[in-house]
Design a protein around this ligand. Structure first.
Ligand SMILES: [Zn+2]
Length: 490
C-alpha cells in the first residue's frame, strides 16, 4: 500500500498529470490527502504508518469488500479510509474529499482512453470496471498511485470492448449459421456462451443417456484407452482410438497436432506394452496400492486404467503397433480426433473398428460420419459452433483462411449444408442429442455414460500386486542403470 518515500516521489508526477478540465479540477482534494500522509510519514516514519494501517485493517472482523484503498489517516471514520467497489456507493460516500479523489481517478481513466484514441467511451462500462478492479486480487492505492489504477482500468476497458466486438461478430454469424437447422428441429436453441458457442437443447429436451449395454468390447477398450491417453495429455480436449480387427494395431488421436506428437515423443507409445505401461503409470500415480477397490471404482480414470490394464491383451497382440494420424494443415488444427483417425491414412472401415473416445461424437462429427456412410450410433453431443467442430462442413472456407465471424456471404452455404446433412441423417436414423450419465448420477457432455460394471475383488488384488511388483522391478532396473529407451514422463 504505502510505498517508500522515493517511490512516492517517483509517482507524484502522475498525480498532477493534466487530464480533462474536470480531472484537474477535482484532483486537488486527493492531493491534499496525499500531503497528509506525507506529513504523517515524516513524523512517524513510513514503516510505522504502514504498520498502523495494517493493524487497522486486520482489526476488522469482516474481510474488506474492496481492494482499491485510499487512506485519509487523519480521519477517525472507517468509511473514509476505503473506497467502495461500486460506483453508486462511491457517489454516496460521506467524505467529500474522497468522493472527489475517486471522481478524479475515474476522469483520469477516461482521459487515458481518450489519449489512446478511443472515442464514445461507455461510462457505465467503465464504472463496472471500477468495481472489478476494486475486487481484483491486487491492492491499489488511489491516493498514492492513481496511475496504476488508471492503467488497469484502461487495460480492462480495451480488453472488454475487443471481446465484445469479436463476440458480437461471431455470435451474429453463428445464429445465422444455425437458422436452417433450427427450422428442422424447433427444440434446438443457440446457447451464447463465450468460450464455446453451441447449438443445444433445453436441459429437459436433451436425451439422458445411460450406459448402452450393447456397446462392443472393442468400443469399451477404445474408450478406456482414450481416458488414459487424455489424462496423460492434460492439454488435450478429447482423445479417440480405433482398434484393428486383426489385433495388430490401434490408431489413436487427440484434436491437436501438438498433442498428437506427444503420444510418441513424450508418452513413448509405440507398441501394445507401452500402453499397458502407461496404464500402470496412471494407476501408480493414483496410489492404487493404498486405495480400496470401492474408491478406485468411483474414480473414472482409475476405473478405466484398471480395466484397460486388465483386458487390453485380449484385443491387441503383443507386437501390435500404435499409429497416430499425420498432422493436419494448420488451418484445420483443432479438428476432432475421430475425423483425424478416419482420414489419417492408416484407418479404413474394413480393417478397423469405428473410433470411439471419452465423449460422444459432437453433432458436427456425427453428421460427417453419416455423410461418409459410417454408422457411429444413435447418440450425439451438442453442436459446437467452432471452426474445429465444423471443420468438415467448412472445408472450402477454412482452406481460404475464412473463419466463423468472418464468413460474410458464405454463412448461408454453411447453414444450408448443416441443415441438409441433418435432414438426411435423421431420415435414415434417429440420432438423439444428449448427455451421458456418470456413476455419480449427473449428466454431462464431458464423457460418455459410465458403465456399471466393476472389477471384482480378486481381479483388483491381482492388479494391485502386479503394479507393486512392477514398481520394485523399476527400482532394481533404475539402480542397475538399465531401463527402456523412452521414459514416461510422469
Ligand atoms: Zn466432433
Amino acid at each position: 500500500m504505502l510505498e517508500t518515500g522515493s517511490r512516492r516521489t517517483g509517482s507524484k508526477p502522475a498525480v498532477t498529470k493534466p487530464g480533462t478540465g474536470a480531472a484537474s479540477q477535482t484532483w486537488g482534494a486527493g492531493h491534499a490527502a496525499q500531503l497528509k500522509i506525507l506529513q504523517l510519514q515524516k513524523t512517524l516514519g513510513n514503516r510505522a504508518v504502514t504498520q498502523l494501517l495494517r493493524a487497522q485493517q486486520s482489526a476488522q472482523s469482516t474481510p474488506p469488500i474492496q481492494r482499491v484503498i485510499a487512506y485519509d489517516p487523519s480521519s477517525s471514520k472507517e468509511e473514509e479510509k476505503k473506497y467502495p467497489t461500486t460506483w453508486l456507493r462511491m457517489r454516496n460516500l460521506d467524505s467529500k474529499p474522497m468522493r472527489k479523489t475517486a471522481k478524479g481517478t475515474f476522469q483520469m481513466a477516461v482521459s487515458e482512453l481518450q489519449d489512446m484514441g478511443i472515442t464514445g467511451i461507455d461510462e457505465e462500462k467503465l464504472q463496472e470496471i471500477w468495481g472489478k478492479v476494486a475486487k481484483a486480487n491486487k491492492t491499489f492505492n488511489i491516493l498514492d498511485e492513481p496511475k496504476a489504477v488508471v492503467k488497469e482500468m484502461a487495460k480492462r476497458y480495451v480488453r472488454s470492448m475487443k471481446s465484445k466486438a469479436g463476440f458480437a461478430k461471431r455470435s451474429g454469424e453463428t445464429s445465422k449459421m444455425l437458422k436452417h437447422l433450427r427450422r428442422k428441429n424447433k427444440k434446438f436453441i443457440f446457447k451464447n456462451s463465450p468460450q464455446n458457442p453451441m447449438m443445444v437443447m433445453e436441459d429437459d429436451d436433451l436425451a439422458k443417456f445411460s450406459y448402452d449395454k450393447n456397446t462392443s468390447k472393442e468400443a469399451q477398450i477404445q474408450k478406456q484407452l482414450s481416458t488414459v491417453l487424455l489424462h496423460s495429455l492434460p492439454e488435450g480436449v478429447e482423445a479417440q482410438a480405433a482398434l484393428s480387427k486383426d489385433k495388430g494395431g490401434v490408431v489413436m488421436s487427440t484434436n491437436i497436432n501438438a498433442e498428437n506428437r506427444k503420444i510418441d515423443d513424450d508418452l513413448g507409445l509405440e507398441r501394445r506394452d507401452d500402453i499397458l505401461d502407461l496404464a500402470a503409470d496412471v494407476l501408480e500415480s493414483h496410489h492404487l496400492e493404498s486405495t480400496s477397490r470401492e474408491n478406485a471404482m468411483k474414480d473414472h480414470v482409475m476405473r478405466h486404467a484398471l480395466k484397460l490394464y486388465d483386458r487390453l491383451k485380449l484385443y491387441l497382440d503383443d507386437d501390435a503397433i500404435v499409429s497416430v494420424p499425420a498432422d493436419v494443415d494448420v488451418k484445420f488444427d483443432g479438428r476432432h480426433a475421430e475425423i483425424r483417425i478416419q482420414q489419417g491414412g492408416v484407418w479404413n472401415e474394413f480393417d478397423y473398428h469405428l473410433p470411439t473416445g471419452t465423449k460422444y461424437q459432437c453433432m458436427g462429427c456425427r453428421l460427417y460420419f453419416h455423410e461418409e456412410g459410417l454408422d457411429t450410433g444413435n447418440r450425439m453431443g451438442g453442436l459446437w459452433v467452432t471452426n474445429s467442430a465444423l471443420s468438415t462442413q467448412m472445408v472450402p472456407q477454412l482452406e481460404k483462411g475464412i473463419k466463423i465471424g468472418g464468413l460474410g456471404d458464405e454463412v448461408d452455404s454453411v447453414a444450408l449444408l448443416l441443415a441438409t446433412q441433418y435432414e438426411k441423417m435423421m431420415a435414415a436414423q434417429q440420432v438423439e442429442m444428449g448427455r451421458g450419465k456418470t456413476k455419480g448420477g449427473e449428466y454431462t457432455f464431458d464423457r460418455q455414460a459410465d458403465s456399471e460394471s466393476e472389477l471384482d475383488e480378486a481381479d483388483y488384488k491381482r492388479i494391485q500386486e502386479d503394479i507393486k511388483k512392477r514398481k520394485l522391478r523399476k527400482k532394481v532396473k533404475g539402480n542397475g542403470g538399465g531401463g527402456k529407451p523412452h521414459a514416461h514422463n510422469h
